[in-house]
Design a protein around this ligand. Structure first.
Ligand code: NAD
Length: 378
């Protein structure tokens, strides 16, 4: 099939590259001309284990191309993926401007039947909004499908190639058949494709991420209580996690969740709830506990040094929001760096992959740049 992916970030580049690996011809588009130039010259723009080899192989086999031209991406493709940002707006809602603007442009350029697949994380009802935007200009038949992405940064290739399940929200039989065919190589081992309506698919993604975030906040509360009561949270975690009803994953206490997904997705789901006059009490607590947890950590450092950090030099191990990624978006480490430097600490931070992003961040932030040194492996 001929496919195109609009937005070549973490999700878009992994999606495009992995689909090319199964024999499809893929064009990845981005508005960032510099990114497209790098990718076209064979330079990968994100760190993701296993991605680089597949990326080079598919460029060599001429199955993977990069462009800034929407016309080129749309003209020949049967299926168009949207892997665009949905950052939080000021009120916590997902900002849909990137998706809806592209939707409007697509309508002008579509020349034959297309399936537009939304991979971005979007609130319930967005597929309908995209459809309306396309209809403003389109003269051809098309379907808009919600196909939320569940890959995890750090293991994104494995997650994409061998997903636990693929969720597809569509009411179109034609789109369903096309997607079954396209995803067939990814579900050979019996992992299911779960078909549902668009709204349920959109909600599934927010429900999954918010549930995982809730587990993290719950364990952070248990950890805080363990410290007060003399219990060992590591043992509690093991004891709980071996119950098959609970499972071992997402039970690790720490300094709170970060990254480009959980914080914004929990916030966006809370906003959807309030738009529908529903008081989603658990989500409010999940967010409060998460915000407090990084402060708990800073307070521990302060206590250790009798509330005086001035002139201290502190090493910080790990900047990215989790291992095996260069992504520092919403990383709790950034909060810790800011709080420490504000109190007169000079920070020496180490991360094996995130140094370019971390350096760009600290260079941008006045007040902390002179007080932070970042080191990586190379
Ligand atoms: P990203 O910021 O890494 O990538 C988005 C890309 O879109 C960027 O390269 C940007 O330059 C490009 N872009 C912006 N406007 C554009 C336009 N008008 N036309 C073409 N390209 C444009 O974002 P991401 O992490 O890949 O996330 C994309 C979506 O997928 C979000 O909704 C996110 O919530 C969701 N998601 C992310 C992950 C993850 O782990 N990163 C996992 C699942 C779902």
């Amino acid at each position: 099939m001929n496919l195109s992916v609009i937005g070549t970030g973490y999700v878009g580049l992994v999606t495009g590259t992995c689909l090319a690996e199964t024999g499809h011809h893929v064009i990845c588009l981005d508005v960032d001309a510099n990114k497209v130039k790098k990718l076209s010259s064979g330079q990968i723009t994100i760190f993701e284990p296993g991605l680089e080899a597949i990326f080079h192989r598919n460029i060599k086999e001429k199955r993977l191309h990069f462009t800034t031209s929407l016309l080129e991406a749309v003209e020949g493709s049967d299926i168009i993926f949207l892997a665009l940002p949905t950052p939080p707006g000021e009120d916590g809602s997902a900002d849909l401007k990137y998706i809806l603007n592209v939707g409007e442009e697509l309508g002008k350029l579509m020349n034959k039947y297309k399936v537009i697949i939304d991979k971005s994380t979007v609130p319930v009802g967005t597929a309908d909004l995209i459809r309306k935007k396309i209809l403003l200009n389109s003269k051809v038949e098309f379907d808009v499908v919600s196909n939320p992405e569940f890959l995890r940064e750090g293991v994104a290739v494995e997650d994409f190639m061998k997903p636990d399940r693929i969720v597809i929200g569509t009411s179109s039989e034609k789109a369903k058949k096309l997607l079954e065919q396209m995803y067939a190589p990814f579900v050979r081992q019996g992992n299911p494709i779960i078909f549902m309506d668009e709204r349920s698919a959109e909600m599934t993604k927010y429900a999954a991420n918010s549930y995982l975030a809730m587990r993290i906040s719950f364990m952070n509360e248990i950890a805080n209580l363990c410290e007060k009561t003399g219990a060992d949270v590591e043992m509690v975690r093991k004891g709980m996690g071996s119950d098959t009803r609970i499972g071992k994953r997402f039970l690790f206490p720490g300094i709170g969740y970060g990254g480009s997904c959980f914080p914004k997705d929990v916030q966006a789901l809370a906003k959807t709830a309030s738009d529908y006059q529903y008081n989603f009490r658990i989500l409010d607590s999940v967010m409060k506990v998460n915000a407090l947890q990084r402060e708990v950590f800073v307070q521990k450092i302060l206590q250790r040094f009798s509330n005086n950090l001035s002139g201290k030099k502190i090493a910080l191990w790990g900047i990215a929001f989790k291992p095996n990624t260069d992504d520092i978006r919403e990383a709790p480490s950034l909060y810790v760096i800011e709080e420490l430097t504000r109190r007169g600490v000079s920070v020496v931070a180490y991360d094996p992959e995130a140094i370019p992003n971390a350096t760009a961040y600290t260079d941008d932030k006045s007040g902390i740049n002179g007080n932070v040194k970042c080191f990586g492996c190379s």
